[in-house]
Unconditional design. Structure first.
Length: 316
């Protein structure tokens, strides 16, 4: 399997929100995309999603050859995958379903193609267990929506080859993604675990009456959240150590942070707490719909990414 094997045709299996977003992104990168989904309205919904996302992608900048006309749809998965160089699977998160689906995709695709799963929680060890060629199967988990957020987590299973991992990392980087390699498979991968760890404390503090749901959001997005959008927490502690950097932080400040860690507790995620969060979120959202909030979020994230691009020589 060649690390430099070009990807000219990508098959999208499953065209829900994640699959449709991937399709829009790959089209914007100038790649032919064939999509497949058994749903009766799948093609119409996919094309609408791509049309709605296109102005935003155009604003960011399209690659040479980018066109919505490069999108085709075939409800027959075997035909859709017959000439695919890369498959991005986005099916429901059910282990039995994915095992069967991957075995079918393994049969339908050319032997040198890569089959990547967007799975957010099921490990590749499980997913690839029914495949005849499991060495070319890999997790390529995006953050939602993939056509806006750059992160992709790449992790193999026990039978995934090193060449597949390397090729996946090279492919995602080549289409403009920020790919991180995970050397061990864990439920939820890594970034979702980061989110879970933070939200555990948010729930605990809200339940203890320390602050409101809205103020917890403010504390994150107008405090450390701004910094995390520039550089990650470990590099931030390098700054926090002053002129002594991370060495000073570890010697003089880490013990204080460790004591805080030891004091963190698991909230009681009761029906009452869930309702408190629901009430707080709806109050915070006000009259704005989910779609309106998502549109504004995408707009701000793209503005941040544009600023990062301008400062790319000095930022990680």
């Amino acid at each position: 399997m060649s690390l430099n094997q070009p990807v000219h045709r990508i098959a999208i299996v499953g065209t829900g929100v994640i699959g449709a977003s991937w399709a829009a992104y790959y089209l914007a990168r100038g790649i032919d995309v064939v999509a497949t989904d058994p749903g009766p309205q799948a093609e119409a919904n996919l094309r609408k999603y791509v049309d709605d996302a296109w102005p935003l992608l155009t604003q960011v900048g399209l690659s040479p050859g980018a066109s919505r006309d490069r999108l085709t749809f075939n409800p027959d998965m075997s035909r859709a995958l017959a000439e695919a160089d890369w498959v991005q699977e986005n099916a429901p998160e059910r282990p039995d379903f994915k095992i069967k689906l991957f075995a079918q995709m393994d049969e339908a695709t050319p032997p040198n193609s890569i089959i990547a799963s967007s799975s957010s929680g099921i490990t590749m060890d499980v997913i690839q267990s029914g495949c005849k060629r499991p060495e070319r199967c890999v997790i390529g988990h995006p953050f939602n929506p993939p056509h806006v957020v750059p992160l992709v987590e790449v992790v193999g299973g026990a039978k995934t080859s090193e060449a597949t991992i390397e090729r996946a990392m090279a492919f995602y980087a080549g289409v403009g993604k920020k790919a991180v390699r995970l050397y061990k498979a864990l439920p939820g991968h890594v970034a979702n675990r980061f989110q879970a760890a933070l939200y555990k404390e948010v729930l605990y503090l809200v339940q203890q009456g320390v602050l409101s749901v809205a103020d917890a959001d403010v504390a994150v997005c107008y405090g450390p959240g701004i910094r995390w959008g520039v550089m990650g927490p470990s590099l931030q502690w390098h700054l926090g150590g002053g002129s002594g950097g991370i060495h000073h932080f570890m010697e003089h400040l880490m013990d204080t942070l460790t004591s805080l860690m030891k004091g963190l507790q698991m909230p009681d995620v009761s029906p009452a707490l869930k309702q408190t969060i629901v009430d707080g979120v709806l109050k915070e959202a006000g009259e704005r719909s989910v779609d309106e909030l998502a549109e504004k979020e995408n707009e701000v994230m793209l503005a941040l990414l544009a600023l990062r691009a301008k400062a790319s020589k000095t930022l990680p």
